[in-house]
Write a protein of this length. Structure first.
Length: 265
């Protein structure tokens, strides 16, 4: 018996694929027809960040809308490659389905696992075997060069760790504050900007590794810290405005008092 929900999904996907074909067709939209995969990839990146922001907010209606925007750009890019005779969206779906089946032998094969950690290890080993048969000689070649630096640092350090190049375990973290303070002081004493940038970059990379070992994604942690700071700052602005004052007119002491009040409110 056919699944009516599956049929419904397929019908809307087919309609979306046809819509993109019409936009790119003879009597379609001039702007859509002149786009290239490279030009559309910029919009796709923006839409993915908007989706991630919606997910962080937890707004299901906004998430639905942003998922649609991402899906549209994926269909659009696939259509351009179909026009070039390279592949179509069905080929994309077939390839990713095959990959997921290969990488889940504990679901689709006879492999047994004890938990999620073993799943991750198996995933890594399967990726390594796939890489050996590909044209990518380095472990890092499949990590996009244009990823934001924090995300790329996490991906690079994670792959290095899984290959056996792991930082020494941070244990209880008792020595981290003093070691970091010494490294920060040393970085600030560097004679030029380039050396300082390199020193602080190494500090950031070390922090990424500490987060990874603690099973915390640094991007999520930093995004949360920024949002918290933003909320507190806006609250401070509201309190200052409510007292008929302007931030620029306050003394440093008054700003500190306003900030403390915003944090505690």
């Amino acid at each position: 018996m056919e699944d009516p929900e599956l049929n419904r999904t397929e019908s809307y996907l087919d309609a979306l694929i046809q819509l993109v074909a019409t936009l790119r067709g003879k009597n379609g939209c001039p702007w859509d027809k002149k786009q290239t995969p490279l030009s559309v990839s910029v919009y796709l990146i923006e839409e993915v960040f908007e989706l991630a922001d919606a997910i962080a907010k937890g707004d299901s209606e906004e998430i639905r809308e942003e998922l649609g925007d991402v899906l549209f750009h994926i269909v659009f890019i696939a259509r351009m490659f179909q026009e070039a005779g390279d592949f179509d969206l069905n080929d994309v779906a077939e390839a990713i389905a095959g990959k997921m089946i290969r990488r889940h032998p504990h679901v689709f094969g006879n492999k047994t696992v004890e938990g999620s950690d073993e799943v991750i290890e198996n995933w890594h080993q399967i990726k390594l075997s796939e890489r050996k048969s590909s044209q990518k000689p380095s472990l890092f070649d499949s990590v996009p060069a244009n990823l934001p630096a924090l995300l790329r640092a996490y991906r690079i350090s994670d792959r290095a760790a899984k290959s056996g190049m792991e930082y020494a375990p941070m244990a209880d973290g008792s020595k981290i504050p003093e070691e970091f303070m010494e490294k920060i002081k040393a970085a600030l004493r560097q004679p030029d900007g380039d050396l300082q940038s390199q020193a602080f970059g190494e500090l950031f990379f070390t922090l990424v590794n500490i987060c990874r070992q603690a099973k915390i994604h640094p991007e999520i942690a930093l995004a949360g810290a920024v949002k918290k700071f933003e909320r507190q700052y806006k609250k401070m602005e509201e309190l200052i405005s409510a007292s008929n004052q302007k931030l620029d007119d306050l003394s440093k002491t008054e700003k500190t008092e306003a900030w403390d009040k915003a944090k505690n409110s």
